[in-house]
Structure formats: C-alpha cells, structure tokens
Design a protein around this ligand. Structure first.
Ligand code: PEP
Length: 251
C-alpha cells in the first residue's frame, strides 16, 4: 500500500518568526495521528532549523524548494544537493512551473538537478503540468507524457524509486481554480499507466502521485479520496497552520 503524504511549499514567504510559529503549531498539534507524512518545504534560509525540528518528530520531514545543477565550486548564490543532504533533508522539489517559467529551467537543467539530487541521497518531488491553452486544446495528456519522457523517464528503475510525481496544472496554481477531483484522478491514472509502460506494474503501483494547484481545506478530502491521488503539494494553504492541519487530516 502507498503511504499518504502532504507537502507544504512555502515558496518565498514568511518571516523567521512566522516560520517558527507555523512549524511549532503543526508539529505539536495533538490531532495529527493518521500516519500521513508531513513535509515542510521552507525557503533555504530556514531549512536547517525546520529540519532540526522535523528530525525529532515521527512522520515529519523537509524538502528543499530547489537545488543547484552543479556539484560545488564558483557558483555564487547557489546551494548544492550535497549541502542540502548534510542538513538531513529528505526531498527536493524539481520542475516546479514557477522555476520553469521565471527562471527558464529547461529539461536539460532539470535533468542535471535531478542527477545531483539522486547522487546525494535526496528524493525528488518532480512537478509536471499543462497550461490553460494546452488544457483547452485538449493537449494535456500529450504535454504531461512529453514532460515526463524528457526527464524522469530517462532514469533507470533503480533511481526511479526515489521519485514522487506532483501533477500541478499551471492554471490551478495560486489561482483558486482547482482541477476537479475527476480531472485530477484522470491525469493521475494516466501518469500511473505511463509508469507501468515505461517500467513495470509494480513500479507504477508503488509510485506516489501528488496533486497540486489550489488544494485547500475545503477540497482536499474529495481530491484525496481518489484512487490514484496519494496526497498533495500545497502552496498558499500551507502557510496557515489550521488550514494545513485540516488538509493533512483529509484522508
Ligand atoms: C504550488 O506552488 O505547488 C501550489 C500548488 O500552489 P497553490 O496551492 O497555492 O496553488
């Protein structure tokens, strides 16, 4: 059986105090007892302190929002996968549409980052998703297949076990416009069938698939009740402890 997992992507938000308060309120919540893995993806500057809290709590872990495509050296401002691993961080998010769009991250760069991450013991939360024009032109399945074929499907089966896929339709990210649970399930089931085809049925049935895109305390239950949705990658609603706790309890 696949585990359940909820990842909070804070993006470039929160002061130091707000970050500390949020982690304390969620990690000390007594109502969380459903075995769901809870992952915080804070900005790099808070990663060390959030990771220290999570290391002492069962079911809690951390993700970096990014990592460098280089291993080390003269790359001012970059953070390597090795440095992230040294903080005992478990995951790194790669391929988020905001990084693809705002920082011109191409498949080539994503593949370099993925190799760095996997080489340094990090599990990858790999994002894919179509934009509104592609959805309206009914190209969404082709687009997702292309995005996966040119990146994670290049990995061999031995590395693929360290990959979680987040389906995040771009038109739903930060817009308040969620994919319906049927639209999300349809895509998740398609992605699982692609994994079956590329690798094998066992790999397909074990790979965790997350939904992301305006997932919140009101729609999480319906989304998470779908067969192929194993949890969520949550942006805006992960910044508020009671909303995030409600989402975690939505299984
Ligand atoms: C995200 O950034 O991955 C995301 C899903 O954002 P939001 O939940 O705010 O749409």
């Amino acid at each position: 059986m696949r585990k359940k997992i909820v990842v909070g992507n804070w993006k470039m938000n929160l002061s130091r105090k707000e970050a500390d308060d949020l982690v304390r309120e969620i990690s000390q919540s007594t109502s969380l007892d459903n075995n769901t893995e809870i992952v915080f993806a804070p900005p790099f500057i808070y990663l060390d302190s959030v990771s220290s809290v999570c290391l002492n709590r069962q079911f809690f872990s951390t993700a970096a929002q990014n990592c460098s495509s280089y291993s080390n050296g003269a790359y001012t401002g970059e953070i390597s996968a090795q440095m992230i691993d040294s903080l005992e961080v478990k995951y790194v998010i790669i391929g988020h549409s905001e990084r693809r769009q705002n920082f011109n991250e191409t498949d080539k760069v994503l593949n370099l980052k993925m190799n760095q991450a996997l080489k340094n013991n990090l599990n990858v939360i790999f994002c894919c998703g179509e934009d509104i024009n592609q959805r309206e032109a009914n190209q969404h399945f082709d687009i997702i297949e292309k995005q996966l074929s040119s990146t994670i499907f290049k990995l061999d089966i031995h590395n693929f076990k360290d990959i979680i896929i987040a389906y995040e339709p771009i038109w739903a990210i930060g817009t308040g416009k969620t994919a319906s649970s049927d639209q999300a399930q349809e895509m998740h089931s398609f992605i699982r069938s692609l994994i079956d085809k590329r690798y094998d049925n066992k790999t397909g049935s074990l790979t965790l698939l997350l939904y992301g895109g305006s997932c919140n305390a009101s729609n999480a239950y319906e989304l998470f009740s779908k067969e192929d949705i194993d949890g969520g990658l949550i942006g805006g609603a992960s910044l508020n402890s009671s909303d995030f706790i409600s989402i975690i309890k939505s299984f």
